[in-house]
Design a protein around this ligand. Structure first.
Ligand SMILES: Cc1ncc(COP(=O)(O)O)c(C=O)c1O
Length: 417
């Protein structure tokens, strides 16, 4: 860290980004004999050594199942797992017993759909989604809509990829029971005004669900301030291990919800005549959880907090601006959307080239971008394309990498001309 003194005389520290980047072993790799330029963090982030070591240490020193064994290792594993729950709660500014630890956003939204919505929805009820949702926030709702006779309504976007909030509020009619939306779009980086939308939903008695997959890694979260009912995050996009995630829910919802999956850990007593279920959040955590994964995720939030989410957001904002401006200067490049508030994600195409060809040729130069529909078919339909390329940044990327990406893109354009 270096220290700067502002005009008011307040000293602030600027993180040493090069030293932070050096803590990510994988970023030192070469692919196709070129230095790796990883621009696919919206897909999954890379992991710092502290996360890798925390997982390694768990398996080397503490591995046992949770809540089952009274022996020393069993107690250590349980303490580590519950410690991770408390650590995540502190990161999200909520209470530990309001957090269901699960495999990720996909599981979390399915849990809300099946356990909260399915018993409540009736024919004619509506679920309001937005055009920019990831399939994980569309398909579970379609499945419960099919079973209950509810219908899906869609809030549309403008040409910039911003939600038309007025039109969305107008769609919050009395038959709407649930509104579910992304905090941040995985394709455009749009940051949605979720606080305003959830507040308006609450006023109308509509339950709100927020998919925070792309927000948690980039924005400092204060879930209670959002006024939502449910908030889902996935650990692997925020420097944590794959197969980890969290559903935050208001305590009264968790208490009223029946179990989603049955098995060990989620019960108090089982008889063939019937089962008494455990209290939330354990009622929703059937079976052996990803204990090592959550130990790693706790290390990941320690790492992120060690840098500071404000510093991360500022760094990514600056890098995102640099990336977008550089792409805008390139002839023949079409950029999708121009949201007012956004994270460091840019979707683009090059005139005359298919997204997969572009990504393949970039990969040969060491540049990893994602190509495809990004699990957002309805958004692709909005833009009238089957696929885009997406460059997505994290705080560990550098300006030099963005320059190298642009040089690689120019070379690809030459090859495709
Ligand atoms: C906005 C959004 N929602 C949901 C998901 C699904 O996350 P997971 O596959 O970790 O459950 C993703 C992952 O790409 C996403 O970007």
């Amino acid at each position: 860290m270096s220290t700067a003194v502002h005009a008011e005389g307040v000293a602030t520290t600027t993180p040493d980004w090069a030293a932070i980047r050096a803590q990510f072993p994988l970023l030192q790799r070469r692919v196709h004999d070129k230095p790796l330029i990883y621009l696919d963090s919206a897909n999954t982030s890379q992991k710092p050594a502290t996360v890798i070591e925390a997982v390694d240490d768990f398996y080397r020193q503490h591995n046992a199942n949770v809540s089952r064994a009274v022996h020393a290792l069993g107690s250590e594993a349980t303490a580590a797992y519950e410690g991770a729950r408390r650590r995540l709660a502190a990161f999200l500014k909520v209470q530990p017993d309001e957090l269901v630890l699960c495999s990720g956003t996909t599981f979390a939204i399915n849990l809300v759909a099946y356990s909260y919505a399915l018993p409540r929805l009736k024919p004619g009820d509506a679920i309001l989604l937005t055009r920019m949702e990831h399939h994980a926030n569309i398909v579970p709702w379609q499945l419960v809509a099919e079973r209950t006779g509810a219908v899906i309504k869609v809030a549309e976007l403008d040409a910039n990829g911003d939600l038309d909030v007025e039109a969305m509020l107008a769609k919050m009619t009395p038959e709407v029971r649930i509104v579910s939306l992304a905090h941040v779009s995985n394709v455009l980086g749009t940051v949605n005004p979720v606080r305003e939308i959830c507040r308006q939903a609450r006023k109308r008695g509509i339950t709100s669900v927020v998919d925070g997959s792309q927000a948690a890694p980039h924005l400092g979260l204060d879930i209670p301030s959002l006024d939502c009912d449910f908030y889902a995050i996935t650990g692997h996009k925020m420097c944590g291990p794959t197969g980890t995630g969290v559903l935050w829910a208001r305590r009264e919802h968790l208490q009223a919800m029946p179990p989603f999956l049955g098995g060990g850990e989620m019960i108090r007593e089982v008889r063939f005549e019937g089962t008494v279920f455990n209290d939330p959040p354990y009622r929703f955590e059937a079976g052996t959880p990803n204990i090592a994964g959550f130990v790693g995720l706790a290390a990941a939030v320690d790492f992120l907090d060690g840098i500071g989410m404000e510093a991360i957001a500022a760094r990514e904002h600056e890098l995102g601006h640099y990336l977008r401006s550089a792409l805008e200067r390139e002839p023949g490049v079409r950029i999708f959307g121009n949201p007012r508030q956004r994270t460091a994600v840019v979707s683009f195409l090059v005139e005359g080239a298919h997204a997969h060809d572009l990504a393949t040729l970039l990969d040969l130069q060491g540049v990893a971008v994602r190509s495809g529909h990004h699990c957002a078919h309805p958004l692709m339909q909005h833009f009238g394309v089957p696929a885009t390329c997406r460059a997505s940044l994290a705080f560990y990327n550098t300006h030099a990498e963005i320059d190298a990406f642009i040089t690689a893109l120019q070379k690809v354009r030459g090859l495709l001309a």
